[in-house]
Design a protein around this ligand. Structure first.
Ligand SMILES: [Zn+2]
Length: 474
């Protein structure tokens, strides 16, 4: 079953074929930590996490980078508003963000922070200047010259130069109203870094071009983010990267998540209806919230209201209930030698659910439709399987649940319980710790005695600077 994705670039459905077979490079735009992570952000992060997990399930190895914009106007403004340092603002909200990822079981391979990549950013900007795509203004700010990049506007689908206007505050020193800043000259009292153009800090868009290519190379399969990032952020990223790298496409598939609304209204500060994840988690369990975030197509709006949350919460309970029952019962059932007519019909139903779920997710990751099959599986279980003794049917149910969990990741503790350490391993850990303590106290005869004795038992100790690991040989 081939996977089809809707590519924002060109606004069409395309068969998913990464640059390298089976390997997928994915970059998603992460947070600017100047406030608590809200459920709208979480929706985007959870969607791309689930997209990645589905691709993993289908045999792709996905490497996922999601940046942290830890220097930005919003952070500086917030620090001023609170009378605090910008670093302490970043630290507080970054901690919140990381705890949201943890709670919602969202995994990312690299979380690059802008302030750790200033020299990479400067090098990238210098490259754009050298190639004639960027210019240094009188203030020491550097701008991308949009007129030099003929393909500008294609990602957002806008050819109107009027619609490209941005960063009006710098209009006096820009060559045209739609040029945008790559490097912002330092203003008094603002954080800044040394550069060939004087002290300053990176513009917002350049960081993602730099950090994505640094970790994923010059050919990226999926670039994702919220729909509000298409213009100007992603349009600008694309212009910068394709201009410098001289290759097209730099990104093969652009995917964008739609908006999250609250009781039908857009979330906004003025309406006072922004819901931080930590607040939602006082009402709902992390698993239920994650499942709900994946309950509609990522390109459809998702509305936060009591009814839809309560409904998914119910599904979450049922899912956990049947997973526990299936796991428990599988240990007790006898092998199946024969299926009766009813069993065969149920098996056919299970296969239908399994296949339909895959076909919905293969169709541009349609989480909304796919969720119906999760409901259906729980229905089949309560209707048919609770009373059934057929190991074959329970095994099939287990397999489907296990695949569901590869994407929804809300049954890890039931389906993929981590292997707990046995007594032997615990005792070994203890010996290694004692030996470390002896070494710290320079009691080498005893620590060597432990090492040699373990070695005779076929256990080799490997000493690193700050820790010791052990391997069982043979
Ligand atoms: Zn970005």
């Amino acid at each position: 079953m081939q996977i089809v994705v809707f590519n924002t670039l060109g606004r069409r459905r395309e068969v998913f074929e990464p640059f390298k077979p089976r390997m997928v490079n994915m970059y998603t735009c992460g947070p600017t930590p100047y406030d608590y992570t809200h459920i709208g952000h979480a929706r985007t992060f959870a969607s791309f996490d689930a997209i990645k997990r589905y691709l993993n399930l289908r045999g792709y190895s996905v490497f996922h980078v999601q940046n942290i914009t830890d220097i930005d106007d919003k952070i500086i403004d917030r620090a001023r508003e609170y009378g605090r340092s910008w670093e302490s603002v970043v630290e507080e909200y970054m901690k919140d963000y990381m705890s949201v990822l943890e709670a919602l079981n969202i995994r990312v391979d690299v979380h690059p922070r802008v302030t750790s990549h200033i020299s990479d950013i400067i090098e990238f900007i210098q490259g754009l200047i050298d190639k004639g795509y960027a210019y240094v203004a009188e203030s020491g700010s550097v701008y991308f010259e949009v007129d030099k990049f003929p393909d500008y506007g294609r990602l957002s689908g806008s050819t109107s130069r009027e619609a490209w206007r941005q960063e009006e505050e710098f209009i006096r020193e820009k060559k045209s109203p739609y040029d945008f800043a790559l490097w912002k000259a330092a203003k008094p009292g603002e954080p800044s870094w040394e550069s060939p153009w004087g002290r300053g800090r990176p513009g917002w868009h350049i960081e993602c071009s730099v950090m994505s290519t640094k970790y994923l190379g010059q050919a990226i399969d999926i670039h994702g983010g919220g729909a509000d990032l298409v213009f100007p952020h992603h349009e600008n990223e694309r212009a910068q990267s394709e201009a410098l790298l001289g290759r097209r496409p730099w990104v093969k598939y652009w995917l964008h998540t739609s908006y999250l609304t609250i009781k039908g209204e857009k979330m906004s500060k003025s309406l006072g209806n922004i819901i931080p994840v930590k607040e939602a988690l006082t009402r709902w369990s992390p698993g239920a919230l994650r499942l709900w975030l994946l309950s509609s197509h990522y390109r459809s709006n998702l509305d936060y209201n009591e009814d839809s949350m309560a409904q998914v919460d119910r599904l979450y309970s049922r899912l956990r209930d049947i997973a526990s029952r299936v796991v428990r019962r599988l240990e007790k059932t006898e092998p199946t030698y024969w299926l009766n007519k009813r069993d065969l019909e149920v098996l056919e139903e299970l296969r239908g659910v399994h296949l339909s779920w895959h076909s919905d997710l293969s169709d541009d990751f349609n989480f909304g439709s796919a969720m119906r099959w999760v409901w259906e599986l729980t229905n089949i279980y309560y209707r048919e399987l609770e009373a059934s003794e057929s190991q074959a049917l329970l095994l099939y149910t287990y397999r489907v649940l296990s695949e569901f969990n590869k994407v929804y990741a809300v049954l890890d503790d039931i389906i993929e319980a981590p292997k707990t350490l046995g007594l032997e391993d615990k005792l070994l850990e203890l010996l290694v710790q004692v030996r470390g303590e002896l070494r710290a106290r320079k009691m080498y005869d005893l620590s060597d005695y432990i090492r040699n004795s373990l070695s005779k038992l076929g256990i080799k100790l490997l000493d690193y600077k700050d820790r010791t690991e052990w391997v069982k040989e043979g």
